[in-house]
Design a protein around this ligand. Structure first.
Ligand SMILES: *Cc1c(COP(=O)(O)O)cnc(C)c1O
Length: 351
């Protein structure tokens, strides 16, 4: 197994257990749906800013929202977040899902009243068609995972919320107590937003790393080449195929790559078999289940011993401060995974 000695303390951030959609996508997705609902209600004179927003749950508002569509392209979890929340408010919601999306996520969405359109192609195709269909319909709103500032800001709030948790656990973040955050990355919106929030609050005292599958490191190729969304992993001879469905993205968000340019500390990539091994280790040692994609977060602390990471630590003058460090692998999803699928994952060995 993994014998890395991790200096300092490590805490798991369980966005895997967020309410409603059980993943980090609850942060951005639910915020964007609520904001759109608010915009529509204000625009149509249904609501004033000082009204009690619980009217959103009334039949009158459900009837009103049912006249509008919300569409989104997704590998799975964003679709679940947007789909569940939009359907609950009464919207006609259409989720365009890539070939990587798991069957149980499609089933759950249909059961909640969302329309699911399936594609044999990858995430970029699902987004492209979804956007085109939505743009052609004046009553339809497209949640744009690649460019939405609203979504991004919804994710960013994570940092603000964690301040209270730090206080409860006596976690100090300052020049003598560095913070390391490791987040699995797909198109970049969720990890980018979270990273942005942390850098806003903790500045140079926080070091954020993204982790990606070796066959789909889209943010890595975009940022390292400086070409952002003008390149995709296939341009580098990589397949884009991965068991990490939440990270199965071949082309990064150019918007996020640009924002991250001066904020991100680094990128690590890992082979697929690790995500299942790490998932089993977490169940065995802590009795916590998170989905395989989310386990990519642990690759950050494991790679601390890597020569290039050590060079970074030296360059930042952190060598003698690592014993005071706090490490946070970001568990990006998992609580909604059905029992039979968990069993299947538990028995998946790729190596
Ligand atoms: C979506 C997702 C990510 C990454 O988010 P992006 O915005 O696509 O970069 C990471 N882990 C899980 C489980 C996800 O669903």
């Amino acid at each position: 197994h993994y014998d890395t000695k991790i200096p300092g303390k490590m805490f798991l951030k369980q966005d895997s257990h967020l309410a409603i959609s059980g993943s980090v996508k609850a942060r951005g997705g639910i915020y964007e749906v609520l904001k759109h609902a608010e915009d529509l209600a204000l625009e149509h004179g249904m609501l004033r800013k000082d009204d009690d927003y619980s009217v959103f749950a009334s039949d009158e508002f459900k009837e009103f929202f049912s006249k509008f569509k919300i569409q989104v392209g997704s590998t799975g979890n964003l679709g679940m977040s947007i789909g569940i929340m939009s359907a609950a408010l009464g919207f006609h919601v259409i989720v365009h899902m890539s070939a990587d999306a798991k069957q149980w996520k499609k089933d759950l969405l249909r059961q909640r009243g969302a329309e699911v359109v399936e594609y044999a192609d990858d995430y970029s195709k699902a987004v492209e068609v979804g956007r085109k269909n939505s743009d052609a319909d004046p009553n339809s709103y497209f949640v744009d995972d690649e460019n939405s500032v609203t979504l991004f800001l919804g994710y960013a709030v994570a940092a603000k919320r964690i301040v209270k948790q730090f206080a409860e656990k006596n976690i100090i973040v300052d020049a003598e107590h560095p913070l390391f955050v490791y987040i699995p990355c797909g198109v970049g919106g969720a990890p980018g937003g979270v990273a942005f929030g942390f850098k806003k609050l903790f500045g140079d005292n926080v070091h954020v790393f993204f982790t990606e599958p070796t066959q789909a490191p889209c943010m890595l190729v975009g940022m390292a080449s400086g070409l952002q969304n003008k390149v995709c992993v296939k341009d580098f001879g990589l397949s884009g195929l991965t068991h990490a469905d939440g990270l199965a993205v071949g082309r990064p968000s150019g918007f996020v790559g640009g924002v991250m340019e001066h904020l991100l500390s680094g990128e690590m990539s890992l082979e697929d078999y690790h995500i299942y091994d790490l998932m089993r280790d977490l169940v065995a040692t802590e009795d916590i289940f998170i989905e395989p994609s989310a386990c990519a977060s642990f690759w950050g602390p494991i790679m601390l011993k890597d020569e290039k990471v050590q060079v970074y630590i030296k360059k930042m003058g952190l060598e003698d401060k690592m014993a005071n460090a706090t490490h946070i692998p970001w568990a990006t999803g998992g609580s909604l995974v059905p029992q039979d699928i968990r069993e299947e994952y538990m028995h998946t060995h790729l190596k």
